[in-house]
Design a binder for this molecule. Structure first.
Ligand code: PRX
Length: 651
């Protein structure tokens, strides 16, 4: 068990919301009780009423949940809507001049978009897409820096019923190519480059490389001019964003789509094979995006909400590009990194933009905590009223630092458990209601039937660890894995005979019923809040000519949560000395090129074979112990070649 989990299990402090917070909260204790009661009494009716109240439908639905082909559930099936209309147009009468986006670039330049301006930009770009032949249902890959044009591109796709698939700008050309191919994308939208921490991220160069092979599906590449640095444009295929927009009318009629029409695909790592294209719907996804921003982030009209996630991740979809805009709120977007040009950048931005609600990952908190308390104390953080975390368990030490040093013991912390697949928060506190325990994501939201179960699927007594499942369908659940229904069923439903959604996490509930997430039960690592499949990294390693075999495991890391340790069997001799150092460097670069810098192994060990059982199964538990520098207590008598353990123990 990792140190984080160990310390979390011994946590018994409780922080109830202040009466002042509760008094102004969107959801007060009595509202919470009423919501819960209603959801328990009539699950489907509960979601139907919310869907009618929160979404502007072009054609109202008459059917709520269609479970005739479970686990392929459908919600609000005969309804029609346009997500971009819900995020933009419907606010224009009352809030056209309200700021929608406050954008700060890497070098500190601030740009603001009102709802009217954003709507015009989205419309113009949607017209440009249409003009280039993009039709309803076409896939569009977006590979952009964290700039407003990324959101504009997403919203423009939604406006014309195209299905976007955002690929995080930190992924490599190879990873991008796989995603473009799998989605069968017709268009790629990118920028010449992005700026992060004073450096250029060469996005267009990566697109060119990705499109060199395969990707026959791509007809056009649209390039936003961001850095002005010279890039290679391919004649007939590539077009500048501003040229594509030239002469385009600044109104585009939103296309009404069926509630089940896919709004987007988002690729995420699993325990086997290549990343899966998680497919989300339009109506159901939008509903949970709206209610969770309202309930969990308690968003009000005068809030300034900053979710630091990149739009390349689900968090940047639900809590940047869609949810807060559907509520007509003001968001902050930031192109850069938390430590550039100084370690107070986040806090300086909170001060300068008057951020009231701030949402980030434990890994960022831990990294910033290392710089000490003085840095945040130099900034005026008095506007902050609510803090959030996501992506991995937060250790109580980091929680307490966030609570005292950033939130000044005034701001509740919402620790939100959810996944790419769930679309929106599933287990999270309601900040005006739930007494907080550092490290616990507390309770399932109203309408979410989460439970901890044993191998047979029976709910287990509080105190014991088990599988985290969701027992009833919810509107923003993934609909399938793009192009692979079988994988959808096998990955998420088969374990309990299609009765429950299986999250892939283990969890336990304490004596008060609080949920504590313990970690993944599959071969998925959580590195700085990002999901990486061990198999994905292993496949990247064995694609290198010097690698015969590789096994990858995680090791607890004080900042990143988990660090990546790779055990490599080289082709030829096990390298020594300078040769060894050179190969380590080369393999790290290689993985970075195959997947992206986030997947670079932190530690690479060489041996002449991997520890295997007689039947040839890699003894991963043994490798995990070695990676952590623990004493080997397992029985190693079945090992063919025990001296390889010695080899791997050498750093
Ligand atoms: O293991 C859980 C962890 O992140 C996984 C989901 O990763 P991803 O799909 O990339 O989405 C991340 C952002 C929603 C989960 O299976 N995780 C997410 N939130 C938490 C968490 N672990 C503990 N506490 C959380 N609050």
């Amino acid at each position: 068990m990792s140190e984080t989990i160990e310390s979390i299990l011994h946590e018994d402090r409780v922080f109830p919301p202040s009466p002042e917070f509760t008094a102004q909260a969107n959801i007060k204790p009595e509202d919470y009780e009423a919501l819960k009661r209603k959801a328990e009494a009539d699950h489907v009716g509960f979601w139907a009423d919310l869907a009618r109240e929160k979404i502007t439908w072009a054609k109202p639905f008459t059917q709520v949940l269609d479970d005739s082909n479970a686990p392929f559930f459908k919600w609000f099936t005969d309804g029609e809507l346009n997500v971009s209309y819900n995020c933009l147009d419907r606010h224009l009468d009352a809030k056209g001049d309200k700021t929608a986006i406050i954008f700060e670039s890497d070098d500190g330049k601030v740009t603001r978009y009102t709802y009217k301006e954003l709507t015009d930009e989205v419309s113009r770009f949607a017209n440009a897409l249409k003009n280039l032949g993009v039709k309803e249902g076409d896939r569009v890959v977006i590979y952009m820096p964290m700039i407003p044009q990324a959101v504009i591109a997403m919203q423009a796709c939604a406006r014309i019923g195209a299905i976007h698939s955002v690929v995080f700008g930190g992924f490599s050309a190879v990873a991008l190519r796989d995603r473009i191919d799998d989605a069968g994308a017709k268009i790629v939208i990118t920028a010449d480059g992005g700026r992060r921490g004073g450096k250029t991220v060469p996005l267009k160069a990566a697109v060119n490389e990705a499109l060199e092979e395969h990707c026959g599906c791509v007809e056009k590449v649209i390039v936003y001019e961001r850095t002005g640095e010279e890039v290679e444009m391919v004649a007939g295929r590539d077009i500048w964003w501003h040229e594509a927009e030239r002469g385009m009318p600044d109104y585009c009629e939103p296309v009404n789509v069926n509630a089940e029409h896919p709004l987007f695909l988002l690729y995420t790592s699993g325990s086997t094979g290549k990343p899966k294209g998680v497919q989300h719907s339009s109506g159901g996804y939008l509903l949970n995006a709206i209610v969770t921003n309202e309930w969990v982030f308690d968003l009000k009209d005068d809030d300034v909400f900053w979710c630091t996630a990149d739009v390349g991740w689900i968090t940047g979809h639900t809590y940047v590009a869609y949810g807060p805009l559907a509520l007509g709120k003001t968001i902050v977007m930031f192109e850069g990194v938390p430590t550039y040009p100084h370690a107070g950048r986040f806090w300086e931005m909170c001060q300068n933009h008057g951020v009231t609600v701030f949402y980030t990952a434990p890994t960022a908190i831990r990294a910033l905590m290392r710089f000490g308390d003085e840095i945040p104390s130099e900034y005026d953080l008095s506007k902050l009223r609510l803090l959030g975390t996501v992506g991995e368990p937060i250790n109580p030490e980091a929680w307490m630092w966030y609570y005292t040093v950033i939130g000044k013991e005034r701001c509740p912390i919402v620790d939100t458990w959810w996944q790419t697949e769930t679309g929106a928060h599933m287990i999270a506190p309601l900040p005006g209601v739930t007494p907080l325990k550092p490290g616990s994501c507390t309770f399932p939201l109203p309408g979410i039937d989460a439970a901890v179960v044993d191998e047979e699927g029976n709910e287990i007594p509080h105190g014991n660890g088990g599988y985290l499942v969701i027992r009833k369908p919810w509107p923003s659940m993934l609909r399938t894995v793009w192009g692979d229904d079988e994988r959808y069923v096998n990955t998420y439903w088969a374990q309990f005979n299609n009765r429950y959604y299986v999250a892939g996490d283990s969890a336990r509930r304490d004596e008060d019923g609080y949920f504590w997430i313990m970690g993944r039960v599959d071969d998925v690592l959580n590195v700085s809040g990002h999901r990486l499949g061990t198999m994905e990294i292993e496949s990247a390693l064995v694609a290198h000519e010097r690698v015969a075999e590789a096994a990858v495991v995680g090791r607890p890391d004080p900042v990143k949560g988990e660090a990546i340790v790779a055990f490599v069997v080289p082709r030829g001799d096990v390298p020594e000395g300078a040769e060894r150092e050179a190969l380590i460097k080369e393999l790290r670069e290689w993985v970075s090129k195959e997947i992206g810098p986030i997947a670079k192994p932190d530690d690479i060990r060489f041996g002449s074979n991997l520890p295997k059982t007689r039947s040839g199964k890699i003894m991963r538990r043994l490798l995990r112990a070695i990676a952590r520098g623990e004493e080997i207590t397992q029985d190693t008598s079945t090992l063919e070649n025990p001296q390889i353990l010695e080899q791997f123990m050498q750093k």
